[in-house]
Design a protein around this ligand. Structure first.
Ligand code: ZN
Length: 340
């Protein structure tokens, strides 16, 4: 009960990539790069287990970005043709590759690091993939009729990849869908159906992560415009609760999400964000415990997994791991109170 986990990404060692930025360039090249990525993956697993997490991840050490990392081995995505486009409903601009032809997975995208992570981990392993709606929101399209058609094409490729991850021994496949907090009307129209396509036939646990983004300036400014109460989840959780996805990862700590909204998830495992990734100030275990206790007023402890609000990729390493330690210690306090 109250098993701890993380949203997904962790900061990379500076010998692997420049620290403190998104889309950080690699500091290693050629064949040494693969070796370095796998070493960093094993290190991330060891660090998470040392912090006391129950369900660990590869930390996304082998990919440059949580969306574009999946696209590098997809035919039809042209990285030489990058366009600066507004993403997340123009919240910020990013240089995005262009889809110029039919999409096809050239090979396993993440099998190498999934195998390394599985071999290194003594605990359950989570692996993240970008969700279809978030992928098509982070790309330019010059081939498909519209973004929905393109999203379902990606969902098929994600399904191929997810099945391979499951065969490697991954226990939880999580799809990251921050776009679900932006295009709320489209979630019931096609977003959940696309997720179902991506998760089709999986027998491992499946999760969806829906957040208010990394702790970068553009997101912090956007959050300031959302008012006193962030009620985006209210629109989508009733649909997600009826979906076939097992778990929902969401943002709580220091956010203006009214906590009672998590009660809309009546049947799901709820990954409660008890660590704020937008501040370097490290939570105390007692602060984590009080976030968990607050969530327990709305969801049974049996269905709660204490988690981080979002990925930690842009943070300093020592701070990120100190936060994970606090997460595990905070959950332990509450477990003890409950006599477990
Ligand atoms: Zn997130």
């Amino acid at each position: 009960m109250l098993e701890t986990t993380l949203a997904g990404s962790l900061p990379k060692p500076s010998w692997l990539a420049q620290s403190g930025v998104l889309w950080a360039p690699w500091n290693v090249a050629d064949t040494a790069l693969l070796e370095a990525k796998l070493d960093a993956t094993r290190l991330a697993i060891a660090e998470q287990e040392r912090c006391g997490l129950d369900i660990v991840s590869d930390g996304e050490q082998a990919r440059q970005h949580f969306v574009h990392g999946f696209l590098v081995d997809i035919d039809g995505v042209d990285f030489a043709r990058k366009r600066r486009i507004g993403i997340r409903n123009n919240r910020y601009e990013a240089d995005c590759p262009t889809v110029t032809g039919p999409l096809k997975r050239r090979r396993s995208v993440h099998a190498d690091e999934a195998r390394a992570a599985r071999a290194a981990a003594t605990r359950r392993l989570k692996f993240t993939l970008p969700g279809p709606m978030t992928i098509v929101d982070t790309l330019a399209n010059e081939h498909y009729r519209d973004k929905v058609e393109m999203a379902f094409a990606f969902a098929s490729l994600l399904n191929e990849e997810a099945r391979e991850l499951q065969d490697i021994g991954v226990d939880v496949v999580q799809f990251d869908e921050p776009a679900f907090n932006v295009y709320m009307d489209e979630v019931p129209e096609w977003g959940i159906e696309a997720l179902h396509r991506a998760a089709e036939g999986l027998t491992c646990r499946t999760a969806v992560h829906i957040c208010y983004g990394y702790g970068i300036d553009a997101n912090i400014q956007w959050k300031a415009t959302l008012g006193d109460q962030w009620r985006q989840y209210e629109r989508t959780f009733p649909y997600l609760d009826r979906s076939r996805i097992d778990q929902v990862s969401l943002e709580c700590a220091h956010s203006r999400v009214p906590l009672e909204l998590i009660a809309l998830l009546k049947t799901k495992t709820v990954l409660v964000g008890a660590i704020d990734v937008a501040t370097d100030s490290v939570e105390t275990p007692e602060e984590v415990a009080s976030t968990i206790r607050a969530a327990m007023k709305h969801v049974d402890a049996e269905r709660i997994q204490p988690c981080t609000n979002c990925g930690m990729a842009p943070m300093a390493r020592d701070i990120a791991y100190a936060k994970l330690r606090a997460l595990a210690q905070g959950a332990a306090i509450v477990r003890k109170e409950l006599g477990r």
